[in-house]
Design a protein around this ligand. Structure first.
Ligand SMILES: [Fe+2]
Ligand SMILES: [Fe+2]
Length: 294
């Protein structure tokens, strides 16, 4: 049992074990309270037990110091009801954020499996993107946002026929044109959401095939007109894809991949990001090693 919040003589005791902080008499009452679920005023100790909608359990203890009037008791009841619902909404928000992250990851994996891409591609792209975001000066919060949004980069492939998605060998011009639609389809799927992660994912889906020199798709954006999220995931995605077998090619050896990244500095990729990539190459290679194709 841990102290979540303390006031008065209990200020600053948060995080400590309740049995260290509370007087023995009170600690025993709290333990009984959890077992029997009967609270209320006992002498000058006011104790109440709560089980939130998320099945977390907590107790509130007020040392009233002097005898408590009826009116004070009612005030405490109102106060405690408010605390309970605030606590519940904190837990609920955490729950929502966690489910959002999980759904996004799972969706990314489903897409990956359908297009028979290597296992763990989206996990590595997430980590490379986070690292690049961090090193290029985005805030920790934004880097985190990109970590959760980047696995969705190919969500639009949901609308691409299997015959094109899994075609061994080179696509015809017409097939390639259809394949390119996965960017706008992904954007259309995600753009309606007000959630920050999904908004970031919409940008990533739309812009991860744009190229720094302006010959990418779907819009042929160039330079900093491409959102930084799109520029980051472009590098992370290509770096990872080249290192794995795909239906249309075998995995490249690392030297060949690094040579391509260097060659495409200022062409396909944002030159500043390529510099960051090589300055932190060991970290990227560590991620590649730590999250292998299962
Ligand atoms: Fe893509
Ligand atoms: Fe990808």
């Amino acid at each position: 049992m841990v102290v979540v919040c303390g006031a008065g003589i209990y200020t600053g005791r948060e995080g400590l074990s309740a049995c260290e902080v509370l007087p023995k008499r009170v600690y025993e009452k709290v333990t009984r309270l959890f077992a029997e679920d009967k609270g209320g005023l006992d002498g000058n100790d006011y104790l109440i037990h709560m089980r939130t909608a998320n099945r977390a359990e907590c107790a509130i203890y007020i040392d009233c110091m002097s005898p408590v009037s009826e009116a004070d008791q009612r005030l405490m009841q109102i106060y405690i009801t408010n605390v309970a619902s605030a606590y519940d909404s904190i837990l609920l928000n955490e729950e929502i954020a966690n489910s959002q992250k999980e759904v996004i990851f799972t969706l990314g994996e489903v897409i990956e499996t359908r297009s028979k891409e290597s296992a763990n591609h989206v996990k590595r792209v997430a980590e490379y993107s986070f690292l690049l975001a961090n090193k290029c000066g985005l805030s920790e919060a934004e880097a985190d946002l990109l970590r959760y949004a980047s696995p969705m980069h190919d969500v639009g492939k949901i609308g691409i026929p299997d015959s094109i998605l899994n075609k061994p060998g080179k696509l015809t011009d017409e097939e390639f044109r259809i394949m390119q639609n996965h960017t706008t389809m992904g954007y259309d799927i995600l753009k309606g959401s007000q959630r920050p992660i999904l908004q970031a994912a919409a940008i990533v889906a739309h812009e991860h095939h744009e190229k720094w020199y302006g010959r990418g798709y779907p819009r042929g954006l160039a330079g900093e007109d491409i959102h930084i999220y799109g520029r980051i995931v472009a590098l992370a995605d290509v770096f990872d894809a080249l290192g794995s077998d795909r239906c249309y090619k075998a995995a490249w050896p690392i030297e060949k991949i690094l040579a391509l990244v260097r060659e495409e500095r200022g062409q396909h990729f944002d030159p500043a990001l390529v510099d960051i990539f090589f300055d932190n190459l060991d970290d990227f290679l560590r991620i590649k090693r730590d999250i292998p194709d299962a």
